[in-house]
Design a protein around this ligand. Structure first.
Ligand SMILES: CC(C)(COP(=O)(O)OP(=O)(O)OC[C@H]1O[C@@H](n2cnc3c(N)ncnc32)[C@H](O)[C@@H]1OP(=O)(O)O)[C@@H](O)C(=O)NCCC(=O)NCCS
Length: 174
């Protein structure tokens, strides 16, 4: 894992002033979610959406975080054997993550992901979580997460997981 690079961007909770309709990532499902659903999910406490905005206020990317629970049996043995044998364990769901088409390929996806992981780790002092789970929408998303050290969950090729112990090691080392 590497440091998020320094960009002229800030990441903040989605608010009424953000122009969601202008955001396009090339994946209609992710665009529709931000345009129509994210605000409602935030109000109902189903998901916490965060947007990355540039100097002009345009949304360059977004992600969402939610509380989640994971079955011990879903985790690869190498992770499971370091955890207590509770059938269900607390985790964090990185529900969605997308970068706008015109910003893709400039390390903003990694920047967003690092921010999501850092926030998830910070929050463990208030609400515990053994790791961050994500459900990849397609093969390209899956390879993006594998590239960033996520591992596949047992019997779920599109469900990936990064142990909080790994995230903590990466951020504590700084
Ligand atoms: C996938 C996505 C988030 C990547 O964002 P990005 O800004 O284009 O990617 P970055 O420039 O930050 O790439 C960071 C690293 O990941 C790699 N990478 C980027 N996309 C990748 C992919 N699809 N598969 C494998 N590796 C990928 C880059 O090569 C780079 O590697 P490096 O650090 O070794 O040089 C972005 O393309 C996107 O939003 N796509 C549409 C929505 C989507 O698929 N979301 C996935 C979650 S559901």
């Amino acid at each position: 894992m590497t440091d998020p690079p320094h960009f002229e961007y800030r990441i903040e909770p989605l608010g009424a002033s953000h122009d969601r309709a202008a955001f396009h990532s090339g994946v209609p499902e992710l665009d529709r979610y931000l345009h129509h659903q994210a605000g409602q999910d935030a109000r109902r406490k189903v998901a916490a959406p965060f947007v990355m905005v540039d100097d002009s206020g345009s949304i360059a990317g977004y992600y969402t975080l939610s509380a989640y629970s994971i079955q011990l049996s879903e985790l690869p043995d190498v992770i499971a054997r370091k955890l207590p044998r509770y059938p269900l364990l607390p985790a964090t769901m990185l529900g969605r993550l997308a970068v706008g088409s015109s910003w893709q390929g400039h390390h903003l996806g990694r920047f967003l992901l690092m921010d999501a992981l850092h926030r998830s780790w910070r929050n463990t002092s208030e609400v515990a979580s053994v790791g961050v789970a994500v459900e990849a929408l397609d093969e390209s998303a899956r390879t993006f997460y594998l590239h960033h050290e996520f591992v596949q969950l047992q019997d779920h090729p599109n469900k990936l997981f990064l142990a909080m112990a790994v995230i903590e090691r990466a951020f504590k080392a700084r």
